[in-house]
Design a protein around this ligand. Structure first.
Ligand code: CU
Length: 121
């Protein structure tokens, strides 16, 4: 019996190639919903940041308003699913959304201010 197996190098090479090939599919996109979630939406120069935003249901969102003007974060569709109420200039508001979903919102005072928020469980 010979130790030399003419197929062995080919088998090893095949195993190595298979191992390499398996690396790419083995690196799936991490479900980063939780990591992307924020608890703060800033308002600076009449712009919401981040936009779009992802938050967790029931999580209090802090809304620091850096402008002199008052702003709100108000549900753009029904107008009453959520509403931060008036956040005075240089003040910080707060908002909690309990119902998971994807929402568009506006500023009640400046309807040209638009944002999107995704609420995850
Ligand atoms: Cu505003």
């Amino acid at each position: 019996m010979s130790m030399r197996n003419p197929l062995l190098p080919a088998l090893l090479a095949g195993a190595l190639l298979a191992g390499c090939g398996a690396d790419d599919p083995a690196a799936p996109a991490t479900p980063a919903v939780a990591a992307d979630a924020t608890d703060t939406i800033k308002i600076v120069d009449f712009v919401y940041d981040p936009d779009p935003a992802t938050v967790r249901a029931g999580q209090a969102i802090s809304i620091p308003n850096a402008d002199a003007a008052p702003h709100t974060i108000t549900d753009a569709e029904s107008g009453n699913a959520f509403d931060s109420g008036t956040i005075k200039g240089r003040a910080t508001g707060s908002l909690t959304i309990d119902e998971p979903g994807s929402y568009r919102y506006i500023c009640e005072f400046h309807p040209f201010m638009k944002g999107q928020i995704t609420v995850t469980k």
